[in-house]
Design a protein around this ligand. Sequence first.
Ligand SMILES: Nc1ncnc2c1ncn2[C@@H]1O[C@H](COP(=O)(O)OP(=O)(O)OP(=O)(O)O)[C@@H](O)[C@H]1O
Ligand SMILES: [Mg+2]
Length: 453
Amino acid sequence: MNRISTKLTAYFFIAVLIMETFLIFYLHRNIIHARIEEEFSLLLKNGSNHREVLVEYYSDTTMKHILLMEKGGDREVVITDKKGEIISSSFENTKYLNEFLPLIKNLDSKIDKVLISEWKKSPYIISAHPYKVSDDQSGYVVMFQSTSSLKQLVDKLNMHFGIAGGTSIILLFIVYTVLSRLLTRPLIRMKKATENLSKGDFAVSLPNIGKDELGDLSGSIQKLANDLERLKTERNEFLASVAHELSTPLTYLIGYSNVAMRKEISGEERAQYLGIIAEESERMKELVKNLLDLAKMDENTFTVSKENFGAQTFFENIIKLVGPSFEMKNIKLSFVCEDNFQVHADSLRLEQIVLNLLDNAWKYSKENTEVTLAVHKKEKKTIISVIDFGIGIPTDEIEFIFEKLYRVEKSRSRSLGGSGIGLAVVKELVEAHGGTIEVKSTFGKGSTFTVII
Ligand SMILES: Nc1ncnc2c1ncn2[C@@H]1O[C@H](COP(=O)(O)OP(=O)(O)OP(=O)(O)O)[C@@H](O)[C@H]1O
Ligand SMILES: [Mg+2]
């Protein structure tokens, strides 16, 4: 009984079996009961009719007529006199009649009466109808109804109910087995699919089975499988990118340290190579730090602790921090903030967000351009925009820039010092705040990043 289809079949089958048995029993009983009632009332009616006729026209001829009327059927009639002696009888075979003689002789009822009603045991059901023409001419009209036709009827009914019950049970069993198999087939498929998933085989393909609960479940499992498959590929791609990102600076480090170790090079050259080594090591350190940050965010081991602080001072401090590098590249950095409203956020994380966006604006803008940091409040939300007139992002690449290690034109970004993690970190941080980030960018003209927190 481990299979759900077997269980379903068994439960349904038992339920219907109980119902069917009850129904058959009920019908059987009532049909027979109605038939017997009919026989009794017919017997009593005929008996009383005969009595009426006899009282009206009491004579031997009338008696003969009464006997004639019952001839050939499965009813018999016996007429007795005052002493209980039979004066007329339609019985041809007296064998049965003798059996009932004592009963007939000792009749003393003033009203019509059923004498024997036990149709199962007795060959006849019997009723007695008293008549009185005069003091001397009285007695009983005794009616006999053979029970053989009733017994035949019961036998026939038993046979028909048996056949109907048997075939319906077989048919029901077949229908339930087929139906429960059909119903549970998708479940079995889903079970197999989840087993495969747990073994790490994500190439699961479940058919679309409609919009009911099973269909929803199947859809969810399929979605889970697709997500797991995508995550697996993403993870592999990510690991390959990390390895690649780390191997490039490492190659520089090994190459330049080998060159720097040479005895024949001048002190000036050595200093230059050591400078490159220091720069590359710094970049690696930054990359590893960013990766660690991301890993922490993915594990949800970091929390945002929101507080209220004034926008003006907060953003001005950031501008002060990045100002010198913008000046060095001759980029004008403007700050627009209408009034000193309160920001509700984790100040350290928000600083990280804005610094990253400003860093990108700085990195991807040419000299003598302008970058604007604009902040304002709208319906309890803080809206922060970083607008640049830099190189912009091609439209078909915009959707990927928040992915880890994704960079537009890898060689270009690398020459600018990017590793493709900044925006992934920004997105995670913004979402941890319950906020959103949007980008608008025209390739070659500039970009606007808007954070709503
Ligand atoms: N303001 C911008 N203008 C043009 N391109 C941008 C801008 N900001 C981001 N990008 C593009 O999106 C890519 C992803 O940005 P992201 O900040 O994640 O990485 P990165 O700046 O290259 O490196 P990192 O921030 O990790 O040092 C960048 O490589 C760059 O090609
Ligand atoms: Mg960046």
